[in-house]
Design a binder for this molecule. Structure first.
Ligand SMILES: [Zn+2]
Length: 431
């Protein structure tokens, strides 16, 4: 909020801004740094959670991802920006966007995990949805629901740019970005066929058929495919960045939300006049499977699915700073056959130490396809340390990957490079 005259007085210009500015009372640890000509502030609770190491890591991510996002729109639209972070052992995890801040909830056990994708997603919302938003959400109403078929842009494309900013800024390498796309492909493939426009209405409908949050992965994947198609049609001279930036100036800056005509008009303009009527009808408003396999090669990429056999324990877990405890044991599971019980703290499986939730991925990778029939499962039960004999049960999983084509044509290589680096950068948007 903007400071007003007097001590500790702040002013919001209207009711919407007032309700959008979270405030907390308590002992927060506060630190700030200068990025992209703005003060970027951390405000963490409890204060002891902001150790110098975590502060440096968080600022390190922000130094990289913030400029990558500012470059998309050509301006940072806030006076300063605050990352409120609350951690304890009970929070659900996740974040909420505001126009000049984000509020994140992080489990205590995850304080040293990589939260850069959470920060990046919420940060991109400072433009996409807090300012650039569908006409259905302009003006915001506080007395009624405002369903929109555009959450696939507001959330899904925010997810896409959240991941892109990490790659463009150098927080993560290109493999991590390709894995992000691969995960979106598998999430979409495992959901019931639902148009991404209909899926956007789901947050008001709460369906139980598995399509609930589909506007995130399917929206992100649709945004990626549009980016590739725009770059392909313009010989990599125009990009989805241009669509986002031009819409931002043409609608938000003129006090409006965007309509379907605005959105598809800018997509088509960026793609040098190519019509997207058919794309919208089939893949956005319709439920035809997205043309992933035909579009990926245009960016020098290929989709691979391989079937792997990996061990499964059949348990649910709860983690905190003391370690990983079993919260559920499937009655016919390998863990049940070994004699594991709810409440046991898992120390190691075979030669893999179990220290947090990520350890299970290491365990599955280590013993994928193994011929070993049993493994020692070491648990702590009360004050005892027990070595149980875990029968190894392999189950089948289809692992999806997106990989660069080694001999991609020059144009496709340029497009792939352009997506990962954010080039070409757009024209100066002032006009
Ligand atoms: Zn979001």
């Amino acid at each position: 909020m903007n400071p007003a005259s007097g001590v500790n007085n702040f002013m919001a210009g209207n009711y919407h801004d007032l309700t959008d500015m979270p405030f907390y009372v308590g002992r927060f640890a506060i630190d700030s740094t200068r990025i992209a000509n703005r003060w970027i502030r951390l405000a963490w609770y409890p204060a002891a959670s902001l150790t110098p190491t975590r502060r440096d890591r968080a600022f390190g991510w922000l130094q990289k991802l913030v400029p990558a996002q500012v470059a998309v729109f050509g301006e940072a639209p806030f006076r300063n920006y605050t990352i409120f972070q609350r951690s304890d052992t009970l929070v659900n995890g996740g974040g909420l966007e505001h126009q000049s801040s984000q509020v994140d909830e992080v489990l205590t056990s995850q304080l040293d995990a990589n939260t850069s994708s959470l920060y990046s997603h919420e940060f991109f919302h400072a433009w996409n949805v807090k300012r650039l938003r569908p006409a259905d959400l302009v003006p915001y109403r506080y007395d009624d629901a405002q369903p929109t078929t555009w959450l696939w842009v507001s959330e899904g494309i925010t997810d896409y740019y959240g991941a892109l900013a990490l790659a463009r800024g150098g927080v993560e390498d290109s493999t991590a970005f390709f894995n992000f796309i691969a995960n979106e492909i598998s999430s979409v493939a495992s959901a019931p066929p639902t148009s991404v426009s209909d899926a956007s209405l789901n947050s008001w409908i709460n369906p139980t058929d598995g399509s609930g949050g589909l506007y995130y992965p399917k929206g992100g994947l649709t945004g990626f495919l549009l980016d590739v198609l725009i770059r392909d049609a313009s010989d990599n001279r125009a990009t989805l960045d241009d669509v986002m930036r031009r819409l931002y100036y043409a609608t938000y800056k003129r006090g409006k939300g965007f309509t379907a005509a605005d959105w598809w008009g800018e997509v088509s303009y960026a793609a040098r006049g190519k019509s997207f009527t058919d794309f919208a009808r089939r893949y956005v408003d319709g439920r035809e499977p997205l043309p992933v396999e035909s579009v990926l090669p245009l960016a020098g990429l290929r989709f691979e699915g391989d079937t792997i056999r990996e061990p499964r324990l059949g348990i649910g877990t709860a983690s905190d700073s003391s370690g990983v405890r079993i919260s559920q044991v499937g009655s016919t599971s390998a863990a049940a056959a070994a004699g594991a019980r709810v409440g046991d703290q898992i120390v190691s499986i075979g030669d893999v130490m179990i220290t947090n939730d990520d350890s299970f991925e290491k365990f599955r990778t280590r013993y994928a396809g193994t011929n070993v029939t049993t493994l020692p499962l070491i648990v702590r039960r009360g004050s005892d340390s027990l070595t149980l004999q875990l029968p190894v049960r392999l189950s089948t999983r289809v692992r999806t990957r997106v990989v660069p084509l080694p001999n991609a044509p020059a144009k496709a290589s340029r497009i792939r490079h352009g997506i990962l680096t954010g080039s070409p950068t757009g024209p100066n948007p002032a006009r």
